[in-house]
Design a binder for this molecule. Structure first.
Ligand SMILES: C[S@@+](CC[C@H](N)C(=O)[O-])C[C@H]1O[C@@H](n2cnc3c(N)ncnc32)[C@H](O)[C@@H]1O
Length: 190
């Protein structure tokens, strides 16, 4: 699915989930599906809220790079941003990612993506999942796909699932792969 350089780093970062107790990264098969969604949608300006050690970021960036896309990725932990920077560098993907350290609700107020955001992977504090989307509103493309993680294993995602279904006018569904994720299409109509 990816070149050897990228795959070697992905395999090493995948193993981190067994070595530390704060990786909280998506399962490998879910990461492959997300990468495939990015390829299919040919998203150019991606936002990831919740990077951790960079496992999902590696997948999003590798898929986006194939069609010239770029990922803005935010995490509140300095330790994790440092680790993710190292992993993306080793994979040769750092040019396709801008990593931001801070609370996503604050970072999103100053973020200036070159192109409006057309894909969001929402995977940080579930109690704040709606707040991240509200903070990103002014940055969104007229059509933006949102993937919200943990819909099958964390009831705290429920309010955001309802928010997405309302905002998507029904064009939102659960995908029971890995942790489960809600996949919604948000469209702004003139
Ligand atoms: C579930 S982990 C992300 C896993 C990653 N998406 C993956 O699959 O490899 C959630 C991350 O969100 C970060 N986080 C929590 N609250 C945050 C906030 N308000 N702003 C930015 N990041 C936050 C945590 O530091 C943690 O690394």
């Amino acid at each position: 699915m990816f070149n050897d350089q990228i795959q070697n780093v992905i395999d090493r970062v995948d193993a981190i989930r067994h070595e530390v107790d704060d990786a909280w990264q998506i399962p490998a098969h879910q990461a492959l599906v997300l990468a495939q969604v990015v390829r299919i949608g040919r998203f150019k300006s991606l936002l990831e809220v919740g990077v951790s050690y960079g496992f999902s970021t590696l997948h999003l960036a590798a898929a986006a790079r194939e069609h010239g896309g770029h990922v803005h990725a935010i995490d509140i932990s300095e330790k994790k941003i440092t680790a993710a920077t190292g992993h993306l560098t080793q994979a040769g993907l750092l040019d396709s990612v801008t990593l931001h350290l801070g609370d996503a609700r604050a970072v999103l107020k100053t973020l200036q993506p070159v192109e409006p955001i057309d894909f969001i992977f929402n995977d940080a504090d579930k109690a704040q999942a709606i707040a991240y989307l509200e903070a990103a509103q002014a940055l969104l493309a007229d059509r933006c796909v949102v993937a919200l993680d943990n819909t099958d294993d964390n009831p705290a995602t429920r309010p955001c699932v309802e928010w997405l279904r309302e905002a998507a006018g029904g064009r939102s569904c659960n995908v029971s792969v890995g942790n489960g994720f809600e996949l919604a299409i948000l469209e702004r109509h003139p």
